[in-house]
Design a protein around this ligand. Structure first.
Ligand SMILES: [Zn+2]
Length: 115
C-alpha cells in the first residue's frame, strides 16, 4: 500500500490540531502542515505521514517551541490513523535504543491523556 501524500493528507485534515480552527471558518485555508521532525531530516519527514500535524499559523509558531513528545501527543490524539512512533523515531532518532523508544512512547501517551 502506498503512503498518503502530504497534499492529500492536508486536505483531509481540515482543522488545527491545537486550537480546533477549521477551514470551514473564516478566514479559510489558513492551515499548514508541520513536520514534527524538522532540520536535517526534513526531506524524509516530508514523505512520512507519521511525522505530520496540521496547524493554523499561530499554533504553528507556538508548537515549534514544544518538545517532540508534546508535538507527537497531538499527532496521536488527532491523527491516530497515521500516527506511528516507530516510523517517526526512525527519521528523528534513527539510532534510538529500544529503551529510548519505549520512554518516548510512554511520555507521549501521558501527555496525550491531558490534552
Ligand atoms: Zn490553531
Amino acid at each position: 500500500m502506498s503512503k498518503i501524500t502530504r497534499t492529500v493528507w492536508g486536505r483531509q485534515m481540515a482543522f488545527c490540531f491545537r486550537c480546533g480552527y477549521s477551514t470551514f471558518q473564516w478566514p479559510t485555508d489558513r492551515l499548514e502542515t508541520h513536520e514534527i521532525c524538522g532540520g536535517v531530516n526534513r526531506q524524509k519527514a516530508l514523505k512520512e505521514p507519521a511525522c505530520w500535524i496540521r496547524l493554523c499559523p499561530d499554533c504553528h509558531r507556538e508548537v515549534q517551541g514544544w518538545s517532540k513528545e508534546k508535538q507527537y501527543a497531538l499527532k496521536m490524539k488527532f491523527d491516530e490513523e497515521c500516527a506511528n512512533v516507530d516510523a517517526f523515531l526512525a527519521i528523528w532518532r534513527p539510532k534510538a535504543t529500544a529503551q529510548f523508544r519505549a520512554e518516548f512512547a510512554a511520555v507521549v501517551g501521558a501527555i496525550k491523556e491531558k490534552i
